[in-house]
Design a protein around this ligand. Structure first.
Ligand code: NDP
Ligand code: 2IT
Length: 447
């Protein structure tokens, strides 16, 4: 078994040696899925995983635009169309200076499994640019988004590839991207998700990733006859996912102690209540400010510069910022301080060693591809509503989201429960996600 995994990973390393994040994501999947393949003749000897780690298509393109000073800027745009066995490519766009092929391939690879878990017919993809939205004017953002779409439009479509938001891409950017797509194609269609409510967007989509992450934590706690009520919760990030994860924790009676951004974290011992969260939402979404500004309005809180919030004692941790933001020493600190549940809102926020520490301690740990799948699932529901030319109520979408998170939790139990009853959600999510895609690939032949 070990030899099979090593041989496979050697091959993947040989081809992708310079892509550490991609290799990390593949390794985690290979370690849980290859033993399953070996035990199941229908999958064995078909090189299915080898086919799944190779993007069906990887597009890289130049994006030129003019900034407010009249200077010409050149960025790199990408779309990784990873796997379309079970539906059109689907996944977000990330605008961040760290974006490169490795990061987008890891995200696209994770997306394939995540989308499969949602039970909806969506393949996996991811894209973005090394463009840095920080400090840019609305006009610069618009010019960049328009320039980006003048190339991307020829590769996407409602039945081909349906992008959405991710880090640095929210409602404002989706609006500009949609506007240019519509102009170029002369077609009003559901080619992007995360759209505004008056032009094809779905209720609950902005909330869905954060809410879903907390619904998943709720499901995990239920397996131990526990709830979120009264729990101390540490959240990282202060963007879309973090904001709505915090909101749902408050609605369920938990206490949110922290939020963060790439400069550091705020710790509010009294708890970040609804009013304070509203302040954060205005600060981040309208004023586009920094989380450190929180302490100007709430001086009892502290800003801890350059650090992550995992040193704060808590019952539940929700990493909602970015990949590899929670390391082995952070995991050990969380465990030492009594943390019993980690539900990932971000993609791959915990390192491999951190996950091992959580597993060893047998706490509840959910990998992002299961716990943050509510975002893309609700994107799937937006696509459904667009196809129906219809609109569901907030309650209808929220109930569907809850049902999907419950289904994903059930799939993780089906494939991840061990003899002693412990649920390995990593194994469960990877195998459940794999099976559906693999079955479709087998049915469709060598393409
Ligand atoms: P946003 O851009 O809205 O917010 C990102 C947050 O993470 C900001 O607070 C940002 O701080 C922080 N952050 C970004 N990069 C870093 C870094 N290198 N170190 C520390 N903090 C960082 O993005 P989202 O909330 O949408 O995304 C957050 C995570 O959730 C990502 O991993 C994303 O892939 C994942 N995700 C998002 C979904 C969605 O629907 N939006 C769905 C599923 C997963 P700063 O402002 O300083 O950069
Ligand atoms: O990582 C993710 O699942 C997302 N950024 C959301 C993708 C989507 O298509 O809604």
């Amino acid at each position: 078994m070990k030899n099979n995994i090593e041989a496979f990973l050697d091959l993947v390393k040989e081809r992708n040696g310079h892509e550490p994040e991609f290799l990390q994501a593949v390794e985690e999947v290979a370690e849980t899925v290859i033993p399953y393949i070996i035990q199941h003749d229908i999958y064995y000897g078909k090189n299915i995983l080898l086919r799944m780690v190779e993007p069906e298509r990887l597009l890289s393109f130049r994006v030129c635009w003019v900034d407010d000073k009249g200077e010409i800027q050149v960025n790199r745009g990408y779309r990784v169309q990873m796997n379309s066995a079970i539906g059109p490519y689907k996944g977000g766009l990330r605008f961040h200076p760290t974006v490169n092929a490795s990061i987008l391939k890891f995200l696209a690879f994770e997306q394939v499994f995540k989308n499969s878990l949602t039970t909806l017919p969506m393949g996996g993809g991811k894209g973005g640019s090394d463009f840095d939205p920080k400090g840019k004017s609305d006009n610069e953002i618009m010019r960049f988004c328009h320039a980006f779409m003048t190339e991307l439009f020829r590769h996407i479509g409602p039945n081909t590839d349906v992008p959405a938001g991710d880090i640095g891409v929210g409602a404002r950017e989706i609006g500009f991207l949609f506007g240019m797509y519509k102009k170029l194609n002369n077609e009003f269609t559901g080619v992007l998700t995360g759209k505004g409510l008056s032009w094809g967007g779905s209720l609950i989509r902005p909330e869905a990733t954060g809410y879903g992450t907390v619904y998943f934590a709720q499901k995990m706690l239920e397996t131990r006859n526990d709830t979120i009520k009264g729990k101390h919760v540490v959240v990282s990030g202060s963007g879309n996912v973090a904001q709505y994860a915090a909101e749902k924790v408050l609605q369920l009676g938990g206490k949110v102690l922290t939020l963060s951004d790439s400069s550091g974290y705020i710790y509010d011992e009294d708890g970040i209540n609804e009013e304070k969260l509203k302040f954060v939402m205005d600060l981040k979404n309208l004023k586009r400010g920094r989380i450190s500004e929180y302490i100007k309005s709430y001086p009892k809180a502290k800003f801890i510069e350059g650090k992550t919030p995992w040193e704060i004692s808590c019952d539940i941790a929700l990493p909602c910022a970015t990949q590899n933001e929670l390391h082995e020493n952070d995991a050990n600190l969380l465990l030492k301080n009594g943390c019993i549940c980690v539900s990932e809102g971000a993609n791959m926020p915990s390192t491999k060693q951190a996950i091992s520490a959580f597993h060893k301690a047998k706490i509840l740990f959910a990998p992002g591809k299961a716990s943050n799948a509510g975002g893309v699932a609700t994107s799937g529901l937006e696509m459904t509503q667009n196809s129906l030319r219809y609109k569901w109520t907030r309650e209808e979408v929220d109930n569907k989201l809850k049902d999907i998170m419950t289904d994903i939790h059930q799939s993780c139990i089906q494939y991840g429960q061990e003899e002693d009853g412990y649920i390995d959600y990593v194994k469960g999510a990877n195998i459940a996600g794999f099976v559906k895609v693999a079955d479709a690939m087998l049915a469709q032949g060598i393409v």
